[in-house]
Design a protein around this ligand. Structure first.
Ligand code: IPM
Ligand code: MN
Length: 359
């Protein structure tokens, strides 16, 4: 039997609760489709700071190196917010993990299901059929990692500097990811940039345009990021794949998520060259509801589906999970984040059971 080895980093807040359900779904799916997933758990984020005084301990990195994929929960919370910024879980664990494993391609699908239009803050009449878009975000370059990056004292205060750098090669590899993803969807890529102001955006346009002829069936267009932010709340259904540099993708993907209505629905994949990847819900650790057993496990479950597809090539199993989620929602199952007044709301575990029963 085929066996896949994964590192499980459940993290903080609702991470462990939704992770437990995600692992149950993986177990049920692998049984049904005839493969095996072995997993080992490692500390990351706030829990790792508490245990090891390090948000990303060497033991966790080692566990991830020895695995074929990382299944990630969420990190951070009020307990660690007073630490200096470079020690906080998000910056001290997530960014180094991305860089260390070369996870340059971040896929963030945002899908608003027709039965859940009411959850979207947009007017239902503006999105009669829902929408389904994919943010492809460059994840290891740009302002997040460019050097110099520091703050120095000057005469009248301080001077802080971040540096936006991109090289052709970095743009090329993420562009291929975007075009390939579009080929499996509605065959349109929109490059989100600020080419009227930024040098880096001009290099993005030039590089993406040069690659486009290799994908003759994909339509390519360009949109300034300020306009894209506006178009997303006016008519999100106009987008298929939104290709973004790191910071633009950070902002646009949160906006796309808000447009769907619940962060609890959105998975993400962060991919390296080859098959290694990190899979995590797009939402955060939601400390306000942690420990109550009411968090929506769907983002974690759909992240498991992405892992099966992109790291293990188990496409049928991945689709089975996605279809089970869709059917469960269509049948009216709702966690608290999706419930309307009067709707019964399911617990995290109950939602997981509903989905498992449809796989
Ligand atoms: C995200 C998060 C991170 C980012 C933070 C926590 C560093 O917002 O994954 O989108 O900015 O990339
Ligand atoms: Mn973000």
């Amino acid at each position: 039997m085929k066996t896949y080895k994964i590192a499980v980093l459940a993290g903080d807040g609702i991470g462990p609760e939704v992770m437990a359900v995600g692992l149950d779904v993986l177990a049920a799916t692998s049984k049904r489709f005839g493969f095996e997933i072995v997993h080992e758990e490692f500390a990351v984020g706030g829990v790792a700071i508490d245990l090891f005084d390090d948000a990303l301990p060497e033991s966790t990195l080692k566990g991830c190196r020895e695995a074929e994929a990382i299944f990630f929960g969420s990190i951070g919370g009020p307990k660690w917010e007073t630490l200096p910024p470079h020690k906080q879980p998000e910056r001290a664990a997530l960014l180094p993990l991305r860089k260390y494993f070369g996870l340059y391609a971040n896929l963030r699908p945002a899908k608003c299901y027709p039965g859940l239009l009411y959850a979207s803050p947009l007017k239902t009449e503006n999105i009669p059929d829902g929408f389904d878009l994919l943010v492809v975000r460059e994840l290891t370059g740009g302002l997040y990692f460019g050097q110099p990056k520091h703050t120095i004292a000057i005469e009248n205060g301080e001077r802080a500097i971040d540096t936006m750098i991109y090289e052709t090669r970095e743009i090329e590899r993420i562009t291929h990811v975007a075009f390939k993803a579009a080929g499996l969807r509605r065959k349109r890529v929109t490059l989100i940039d600020k080419a009227n102001v930024l040098e880096t955006s001009q290099l993005w346009r030039k590089t993406v345009k040069a690659i486009a002829p290799q994908y003759p069936d994909i339509a390519l267009d360009f949109m300034y990021v300020d306009n894209a932010a506006m178009q997303l709340v006016r008519k999100p259904q106009q987008f298929d794949v939104m290709l973004c540099e790191n910071l633009f993708g950070d902002i646009i993907s949160d906006e796309a998520a808000a447009t769907v209505g619940s962060l609890g629905l959105l998975p993400s994949a962060s991919l390296a060259d080859g098959t290694f990847g990190l899979y995590e819900p797009s939402g955060g650790s939601a400390p306000d509801i942690a420990g109550k057993g009411i968090a929506n496990p769907i983002a974690q479950i759909l992240s498991a589906a992405l892992m099966l597809r992109y790291s293990f090539g188990e496409n049928e199993a991945a689709s089975a999970i996605e279809q089970a989620v869709e059917a469960t929602l269509a049948d009216g199952a709702r966690t608290a984040d999706l419930a309307r007044p009067g709707d019964a709301s399911l617990s995290t575990v109950q939602m997981g059971q509903q989905i498992i029963s449809r796989i």
